[in-house]
Ligand binder design. Structure first.
Ligand code: FMN
Length: 442
């Protein structure tokens, strides 16, 4: 049964985990979070990661605005060793929102400034030896493209679980997908020129490269039907990027399971049930590694379809119902899925997802996850909007402050869905509380 977070002590939390029969990793010592880790040629100062979080605050041309600079400055000054920059479109028509970041030759300089500013902010706060690892997530929003605010309804394949009316959609042609491959590889080149340490070829949450992984019913196409065809675009981009721009680390944020039945979802069995089936994701991961991917970030679900799989929460967005499962079960699913994959592919680091619901108790779970080899870095999404300096507080005092933590109220998601600039309404209220008032008045 769904319940809101109401735990005063870690003992209360562990008791609930036991009641739910969950083997929640937990340890008192936070030392594993402060261990360094090496990715490629770079040593990362600690195991705290900021997950990619769209702020929808770019300038109209897709370059970062003063709000974008502010968000990344806060992350850098907060001490996380790895900062995973948000979904950034590689073409105008693939933007999910008129204010989604857009990387191209014209905006490149502004991205360079964003990288420099973020690094300098970290160096100023912690000294030059604390150099955060900066990853940029590049994407095409596919089904969720709304470059002018209205859906373009263009998809890899009709999906009755996600599309309202088959008549309204058009399909990407194979030629368009071939061209997109070249554009994505060019964007990897630009990402490297901007000064990022790594690029993430986004393959999660229903956006185009993720959608393609489950287009079983796309016919007469090099990108549909067989497993080899469905993974083609993602694997080819990784391969070509690695060959042409070997200086940059290649990462993939990918869905391990979608919560949508076969033949429309990835990471589910062919019997039509929603049981998690990691067999295809595992083969995909081995192919990605073989072709040059050296960092993975695991997530599940599709925000518009199964938000509880993406981000366990106390309150859903306005108008939606609460899921049946307890949010702690949602957290545990993410931990277990990532754990199984990290243990199988233990030669490359995985970033874990889904910790924000745990509030100020997440470090005890995160430290135990690292200790047990279930992930190498602990990623915070909504928690980073709310409390970007949690790592710094932990460094200085060994504790987080409860009243600075994310309360998983879903107001950041509501801002995003209404095309507003996005951040924490509750803990960063001067900007985003005021922004939220504007949508409440509508
Ligand atoms: C407002 C908002 C924006 C997000 N933007 C992105 C994004 O750009 N790329 C991405 O892969 N995930 C995105 N996510 C998902 C988060 O990265 C993360 O996976 C999710 O919130 C669960 O982690 P958490 O429990 O720490 O919040 C977003 C989530 C929210 C609520």
């Amino acid at each position: 049964m769904h319940q809101q977070f109401k735990f005063k002590t870690t003992q209360d939390l562990l008791q609930k985990a036991e009641e739910l029969d969950l083997n929640l990793p937990f340890q008192e010592s936070l030392d594993p979070l402060f261990e360094t880790i090496t990715i490629g040629s770079k040593t990362i100062p600690n195991r705290f990661a900021v997950q990619p979080m769209e702020g929808f605050d770019s300038n109209p041309d897709g370059s970062p605005s003063e709000y974008t600079f502010r968000r990344y400055k806060r992350y850098a000054e907060g001490g996380s060793g790895l900062i995973w920059f948000e979904a950034t479109s590689v073409v105008q028509e693939g933007r999910s929102n008129p204010r989604q970041l857009l990387l191209n030759k014209r905006t490149l300089d502004s991205f360079k400034q964003l990288v420099d500013h973020t690094r300098q902010s970290a160096h100023k706060e912690f000294g030059n030896s604390h150099d955060p690892f900066l990853v940029l997530q590049i994407t095409h929003s596919g089904r969720y493209s709304k470059p002018e605010g209205k859906p373009l309804n263009k998809v890899g394949c009709y999906n009755p679980h996600l599309d309202k009316r088959k008549e309204d959609i058009t399909l990407f042609s194979d030629d368009e997908l071939d061209r997109l491959k070249e554009t994505l590889v060019e964007a990897v080149r630009l990402t490297h020129k901007a000064g990022f340490d790594a690029v993430d070829i986004k393959a999660c949450h229903g956006y185009l490269l993720h959608e393609l992984l489950s287009v079983y019913t796309r016919t007469n196409s090099r990108y549909g039907g067989s497993f080899e065809n469905r993974i083609r675009l993602l694997v080819d981009v990784v391969k070509q990027a690695q060959q042409e721009i070997p200086e940059i680390t290649i990462a993939v944020r990918m869905n391990a399971t979608d919560g949508i039945p076969y033949p429309y979802g990835f990471g589910v069995p062919e019997d039509g049930s929603l049981v998690i089936d990691l067999s295809e994701p595992k083969v995909l991961i081995s192919k990605l590694i073989e072709n040059g991917c050296s960092l993975l970030n695991i997530t599940t679900g599709i925000p518009y379809h199964s938000p509880q799989l993406v981000r366990p929460f106390d309150r859903p967005i306005g108008g939606s119902s609460v899921p049946k499962e307890h949010p702690l079960e949602g957290v545990m699913r993410l931990l277990n899925v990532t754990g199984e994959l990290q243990r199988e592919f233990n030669n490359i680091p995985f970033v874990g997802t889904g910790y924000s619901w745990l509030r100020n108790f997440y470090p005890y779970i995160g430290a135990a996850v690292i200790e047990r080899g279930m992930a190498s870095l602990i990623g915070l999404g909504r928690g980073s909007f709310a409390y970007p300096d949690a790592p710094k507080d932990l460094m200085n005092t060994g504790k987080m402050i409860h009243r600075k933590s994310c309360i998983t109220c879903s107001k950041c998601t509501e801002l995003m869905r209404q095309n507003n600039i996005t951040g924490c309404v509750t803990r960063d209220s001067e900007i985003y509380g005021n922004e939220y008032k504007t949508i409440r008045q509508d």
